[in-house]
Design a protein around this ligand. Sequence first.
Ligand SMILES: Cc1cc2nc3c(=O)[nH]c(=O)nc-3n(C[C@H](O)[C@H](O)[C@H](O)COP(=O)(O)O)c2cc1C
Length: 318
Amino acid sequence: MDFNLRALLTAQGGIDHCVTEFIRITDQRLPERVFKRFCPELLTGGKTASGTPVHVQLLGSDPEMMAANAHKAASLGAPAIDLNFGCPAKTVNKSQGGAVLLQWPERIHAITRAVRQAVPAHIPVSAKMRLGFTDKALALENADALASAGIQWLTVHARTKTEGYKPPAHWQWIDKIRQHITVPVLANGEVWNEEDARQCLTQSGCSLLMIGRGLVATPDLGQRIKDANYQGQSWQHRLQLLLLLAERLEDLNDKALTDRLKQWLHYFSMQSDAIATVFQSVKREKGKAEFFAALENAISATAQRNDLQSYNYQHSGF
Ligand SMILES: Cc1cc2nc3c(=O)[nH]c(=O)nc-3n(C[C@H](O)[C@H](O)[C@H](O)COP(=O)(O)O)c2cc1C
């Protein structure tokens, strides 16, 4: 997830650390400005405004270049380095980065070992893997390759590259991996609510979760999972986050901004019928002013229909 979303989501609590979007490493030592573009938090001690550490993720296949760039990220203040062996995108797989490497455990080992050796010992190096490329035959071997290269923990997205983002995620496979290696394993894939979290923790045997889309859809999901007494945020509160994002993105043109907000609204609507109704009535608006007018109308109409308190929000500049 990007800088703005990280700022807003970590402010909701319940998140122990987050990871940047991957920085693609080919044949260059990237300049400082690239790391700071992906991770502006490097300017603030490697933490978001609410104090959550942000780990820098690298994706690539050349051990020497991965090591040099990991060293650079660490020297710029990254609190930890994460290596991506899970991205299914064609473009990155074509240039031999991401999940494609799961076909060759020895290459994964070489990359990870080079990175571990280049990064000062007190800075953790972690990795993220899928269960395989087209099948799961090498899942344990890949996990071994990573663990024996010296990583501090492993995040497992419980699907192969071929399985893409199609449910289900195979949480029991995470358990096989967890039992096979001695480094801590974080379970990932298809956790959208508290019940999914419970199931995933039970089936994987893990005590730690990594959550992607579920947290975008329900920003306080971390709190909901961690604290049984926590009163969840209302859907109106979620929409307020949308306005905060709009403020952070005020330099974008109308289309880029409304596209971005609709994307988030769409995630919200997966978990909230009230927001799904709001989404339907604003999804065609392309201008900022029209979008916010439609949003305001839809919110008050939905609030009345649901006999909820009228939603009182303020925004300026639109
Ligand atoms: C649009 C999008 C972008 C993603 N970018 C990254 C990325 O840069 N690095 C990464 O490790 N995972 C990335 N992921 C994968 C997620 O971190 C996560 O492993 C996956 O979505 C499954 O978990 P979830 O069901 O909790 O979302 C991305 C996923 C999506 C949908």
